[in-house]
Design a protein around this ligand. Structure first.
Ligand code: CAO
Length: 416
């Protein structure tokens, strides 16, 4: 059964459009949805797609020609499975159509004609911009327009192509490259090659920074009792080869918080349409090594005791610093903790490590005078923060999450 593929209604005020690309030739087999032809007016491009599967018998237009509503673009021989009635039946109803190239206006018997065709997406762009996009192999419908009335400009295509080459998402603002500077013109210099870890980390951090809308939430907690507890039990843990720093307590509190607020343990799917909740809690722990930052993973933190976590932390951080950690041990984290508490600082906002949606930053605890309602008392206060992906987490949820961690660390008896 043959079918005419005709130009759909072009809309008011558009008499003719120019044929841009013809993506098929006689003999080609097409599936439903395949783009057959691209039409171009001075305002927009229109892709004509196949409504049915079949074989192209004839093309009746040429690139650059002017066509109008209802012009026949091509003749398609429908696949048998796509035909509404058996071939024999159709043949009995109407004479078999012999579609010949001449004359062009010859019609196929009406019984065998089905129309019209769907418009896919109308993109507003000038012919020169469309030509430019075609030369670069860039699909106009994917470009974010910045011109008046949603018109795609030449710069939009340049930005789109740049972002694709740099791995940034479509529509992301691409910063112009930094100019190369000869620093030796102002004094003596030495060039040091960055380690592989630093180079890989740089790419990952830049991608995370450009693709995730980050927000940081600061908080603090009273760990006076926790510290007293730690001083008593750290010797027993040390005898087993572990180190009971504040970190294992924080890991426990975070695991509880992730159970209560599972969004923080989730990941956005690649289209950004679904949040994947993970039923396991694997924590990435940022370890400072000579070669740069490495993040090994401690698994099933919610199922481990404090001393188990203390032992595993020593083992993992030691092997990471000695570069003995296996690649598989660096994968699968659901949330990351970055602790600079052993060094210095009152607060910082770490960068979220995708596909995770949040990261905890721990700073150095400090003895501070705290008002208890009637007097100032010395309390050991631990500052910490979370950075989170605002596409997934709201500010109020972030504040509840950090409040929960703060309370869990203060209530040491319940935590252990
Ligand atoms: N406040 C006060 N003191 C703290 C503290 C805190 N928040 N956290 C740790 N300390 C103390 C520890 O108790 C320890 O003291 P002692 O040696 O007297 O017992 C000392 O600081 C050093 O701790 P540590 O670093 O050896 O142990 P840890 O369990 O706290 O941390 C590890 C382990 C691997 C996370 C850490 O060594 C590390 O590498 N941190 C750097 C992470 C990093 O670079 N992050 C930045 C990445 S950017 O996001």
């Amino acid at each position: 059964m043959l079918k005419e593929i005709i130009i759909p209604d072009l809309g008011e005020g558009i008499d003719t459009v120019e044929v841009g690309e013809i993506n098929v030739k006689p003999g080609d087999h097409v599936e439903t949805g395949d783009i057959l032809v691209v039409l171009e007016s001075d305002k927009a491009s229109m892709e004509i797609e196949a409504e049915d599967a079949g074989t192209i018998k004839e093309i009746r237009i040429t690139p650059g020609s002017e066509v109008r509503t209802n012009t026949i673009l091509a003749i398609l021989e429908l696949d048998q499975s796509a035909e509404p009635t058996p071939v024999e039946e159709v043949e009995a109803q109407a004479p078999k159509a012999e579609v010949t190239p001449e004359p062009v206006e010859e019609e196929i018997p009406q019984a065998q004609v089905e129309a019209p065709i769907t418009k896919r997406k109308v993109v507003s762009a000038s012919p020169s911009v469309r030509r430019f996009a075609r030369e670069l192999g860039c699909e106009l419908s994917q470009v974010t327009p910045s011109g008046p009335k949603g018109r795609v400009l030449k710069e939009d295509i340049q930005n789109f192509v740049k972002s694709r080459l740099s791995g940034a998402p479509a529509g992301a603002v691409v910063s112009p490259a930094q100019p190369e500077i000869d620093f030796s013109q102002w004094g003596e210099i030495e060039t040091v090659r960055l380690s592989k870890i630093r180079r890989v980390t740089a790419v990952n951090l830049q991608r995370a920074w450009q693709t995730i809308p980050h927000v940081a939430q600061m908080d603090e907690t009273d760990i006076t009792e926790l510290e007293a507890f730690r001083q008593v039990f750290k010797h027993a843990v040390a005898k087993e080869g572990g180190k009971l720093s504040i970190l294992p307590f924080i890991m426990k509190a975070v695991a509880l918080a992730l159970q209560k607020y599972p969004d923080f343990n989730g990941s956005l799917d690649i289209r950004g349409e679904n949040l994947i909740h993970k039923k396991y809690i694997h924590l990435g722990i940022a370890v400072d090594t000579e070669a740069g930052l490495v993040v090994p993973v401690i698994r099933d933190v919610d199922q481990k005791s404090l001393s188990q976590l203390a032992l595993e932390l020593v083992d993992v951080s030691l092997r990471t610093r000695e570069r003995k950690i296996k690649p598989a041990e660096l994968m699968g984290a659901t949330f990351t903790i970055s602790s600079l508490g052993g060094i210095s600082g009152t607060g910082f906002s770490p960068i979220v490590n995708p596909p995770q949606v949040a990261i905890l930053g721990v700073s150095k605890s400090k003895m501070t005078p705290e008002w208890n309602g009637s007097e100032f008392v010395p309390r050991l206060m631990l500052p910490f923060s979370i950075s989170y992906d605002h596409r997934v987490i709201d500010g109020a949820s972030a504040a509840r999450f950090t409040k929960f961690i703060a309370e869990a660390l203060s209530a040491i008896k319940e935590l252990v």
